[in-house]
Design a protein around this ligand. Structure first.
Ligand SMILES: Cc1ncc(C[n+]2csc(CCOP(=O)(O)OP(=O)(O)O)c2C)c(N)n1
Ligand SMILES: [Mg+2]
Length: 339
């Protein structure tokens, strides 16, 4: 099990001292994101959603942990696996669901689909399926913030496969030389489409060392431990806001579903990774782990966790009905906002 043998190897585990209200918020946000994506994945099989969809089920700890540490005015750029980041940054559930159904109430008014979520009102500046683009754009935003003397931070979420793109290193270099306020968050889920990390990078490669080569300080964290991600993001953001320039976080995590689409790989008899490996990572479920910690800290009861679950299910049920009732975009507006 390739992706298991290298895990876990965080540089700093969670301290266990997160304020209770934050710990509860991290759990409830992850639960909401998980339920939204699992519901969408189930509905996707009805073939009413026609957009190619990359689910982030299993990776919620990264989006929620980082976004919880941000200030509302901070901005986020992401790539194709973007639902988690949109919701974690405060995006509208209806905006997400209606976008996947191609409706006018979608955050991109039904024109973008799953890989083009954008919502300036919550600082989700853009999602792009072009790997590396979200890194360059975040660095550009960070340059603007620095020139304006603002304390705002730009965040880029990208996969470890995106670290194989040249533009990423041009962006790292520029951000470092100019000490730009950008947080570079690499979600290392060990695969790019169906290609494992070890077949793409020389053995022993450490992604953090790539950032350090540009004098960017870097930290590796257990991405399935939302508290550890939150604390690492807080440390990195404090350094950025102190003027120390870009920071890199490598968050090790794992995607449960196929690369694009709602199925498990084993349902399609895919062989690029084993069912045992997927199931071993499902045992490390970030949502369950956070729930166990709440119980252990006495911050929730099992009945309380069940009640929160019912709340997110009810919210999602209502939003799906609303999205399906939302109007289609008027064809006469097809060329609006096209540049
Ligand atoms: C510039 C570019 N090259 C190739 C692709 C095709 N592509 C889409 S997703 C993907 C894998 C991305 O892997 P990673 O960055 O690790 O993100 P993950 O899908 O694992 O979240 C590839 C190669 C693309 N979209 N853009
Ligand atoms: Mg990947």
């Amino acid at each position: 099990m390739r992706a298991i043998s290298s895990f876990p190897d965080p540089e700093q585990p969670a301290t266990g001292r997160i304020p209770p209200e934050v710990e509860v918020g991290l759990y409830r946000n992850m639960l909401r994101v998980r339920n939204a994506e699992e519901t969408l994945a189930a509905l996707y099989r009805e073939k009413e959603m026609r957009t190619p969809t990359h689910f982030g089920v299993g990776q919620e700890g990264v989006a929620v942990g980082v976004c919880e540490a941000l200030l509302p005015g901070d901005v986020v750029y992401t790539h194709h696996r973007c639902h988690t980041h949109y919701l974690a940054k405060g995006g509208s559930l209806l905006g997400l669901v209606a976008e996947l159904y191609g409706r006018e109430d979608g955050c991109s008014r039904g024109r973008g689909g799953s890989v083009h979520l954008t919502d300036r009102s919550v600082g989700l500046m853009g999602s792009s399926p072009i790997l590396g683009q979200g890194v360059a754009l975040a660095v550009g935003s960070a340059l603007a913030f620095k020139m304006d003397g603002a304390s705002t931070v730009a965040v880029s979420f990208f996969g470890e496969g995106t670290c194989d793109e040249g533009v990423v290193y041009e962006s790292f270099n520029y951000a470092s030389v100019n000490k730009l306020p950008v947080l570079l968050v690499c979600e290392n889920n060990f695969y790019a489409t169906e290609s494992p990390l070890e077949t793409r990078q020389p053995s022993g490669t450490r992604l953090c060392d790539r950032a350090r080569a540009f004098q960017i300080s870097a930290e590796k964290v257990d991405g399935n431990d939302v508290a550890a991600v939150y604390e690492a993001a807080q440390r990195a953001l404090a350094r950025i806001r102190a003027g120390e320039g870009p920071q890199f976080l490598e968050c090790e995590t794992y995607r449960w579903l196929e690369h694009v689409g709602p199925m498990f790989d084993h349902e399609l008899a895919r062989t690029y990774r084993t069912r045992e490996e997927v199931e071993a990572w499902m045992q490390r479920c970030p949502v369950k782990r956070a729930g166990h910690r709440l119980l252990a800290r006495g911050l929730a009861t099992q009945a309380g966790l069940d009640e929160w679950r019912r709340e997110v299910v009810d919210e999602m049920t209502a939003v799906v009905a609303q999205a399906k009732a939302s109007p289609w975009p008027d064809p006469s507006t097809l060329f609006e906002n096209v540049y």
